[in-house]
Design a protein around this ligand. Structure first.
Ligand code: ZN
Ligand code: ZN
Length: 159
């Protein structure tokens, strides 16, 4: 993901504030402690992607490519968690689960881990971003919209 959604995403903001740093330290190291605050701010203030990259770069005096990786990967993670919370609310309201689908970019740069997951229902609790620099996305759809192949995988999921 390289663009920040235009509407402030409250779930993503809250998630980044509460849990973001634990993951950021684990993935990128102690040096980047507090970066989740910048992710939350990006959502809150509607920063563009370059603005977020700049903020990370200047706060942590890090090379632009690291700032870019953190910005896009962690925006994706905040988005995924907002989607998970949305699905939970949907389930509470309608008593029916939506199906998580793994979306990849449509280009040749998708890695060997992510490529086989393209358009597949997620049944193993692994959600994007799969790794730093992963550009995949989580998208929920209603079970009625699954293709027969997706439906079969979804029916055979471990429960
Ligand atoms: Zn990948
Ligand atoms: Zn990926």
């Amino acid at each position: 993901m390289s663009e920040i959604p235009e509407i402030p995403n409250i779930d993503a903001i809250n998630w980044a504030r509460q849990y973001g740093d634990e993951i950021i330290i684990r993935v990128y190291g102690e040096h980047y402690k507090g970066a989740s605050v910048l992710i939350a701010q990006a959502y809150l203030k509607g920063w563009t992607y370059p603005e977020l990259v700049k903020a990370i770069e200047s706060n942590y005096s890090c090379p632009p490519d690291i700032a870019k990786t953190i910005a896009s990967t962690e925006m994706t993670r905040a988005h995924t968690n907002a989607e998970l919370m949305m699905e939970q609310r949907y389930f509470e309201m309608f008593g029916e689960h939506l199906v998580p689908i793994w979306k990849t970019c449509n280009d040749e740069h998708v890695c060997d881990f992510c490529r086989p997951r393209r358009e597949q229902p997620i049944t193993d609790d692994i959600y994007p971003p799969a790794h730093p620099g992963c550009r995949c996305m989580l998208s929920y759809i209603s079970e009625g919209y699954l293709t027969p192949e997706q439906q079969e995988k979804w029916n055979n999921r471990p429960r």
